[in-house]
Design a protein around this ligand. Sequence first.
Ligand code: GRF
Length: 224
Amino acid sequence: MSPRGEALRIGVLASGRGSNLQAIIDAIARGTLPAQFAVVISDREDARALERARTHGAPAVFVNPKDYRDHNAYDAALLRVIEQHRVELVCLAGFMRILGAGFVRALAGRVMNIHPSLLPAFPGLAAQRQALDHGVRISGATVHFVDEGVDTGPIVVQDAVPVLPDDTEETLSARILEVEHRLYPAAIRLFAEGRLQISGRRVEIRTQRVDSSTVGREGGPTAN
Ligand code: GRF
């Protein structure tokens, strides 16, 4: 809950399947995540994520990259939609575009991403393939705040997943995905409860709400 007693307004950016979006929808429906969908945005008109959002009754918006002259103009268009819908936390969930410095600065401390590896190992595309190629015994999933790099921002939560000898990219991805579906709602919940404080590279998880000046929620400190 926000200090005003309202559910956290989240905006999800997704390009494809949207299984993490679905996990967030399900957590809200179960009553385990005090959040509501301000908007779901995609850069692909045919994204399954948009369909899932509409089924749930959430505003679903396609922002077409072809309508904008460059990356910065596209980012600015995304920002306008985010602001129009009064989004408090942006959650990237399989959004296949790199957001520029302007976007990240405008929403500092208010953008999260989920990545299918134990960062800082295997950032970027095909993290599960990278893990298999490297021969690691353990991989996993990470939720982090987004900074100006690719998958480099302060880490909120992580969980490990074993890599088995006969794993393929598909089997490993599926095992990691199960963890992602648990981890992302849990991380958003910590934010909604006002319990995350970013100090440099580290994210402190408090037992009680922290002052809003430290992380991007409005309103003053509130006991849980
Ligand atoms: C997930 O593996 C996520 O970690 C990565 O992109 C994938 C998105 O899957 N960033 P989905 O669209 O949520 O099903």
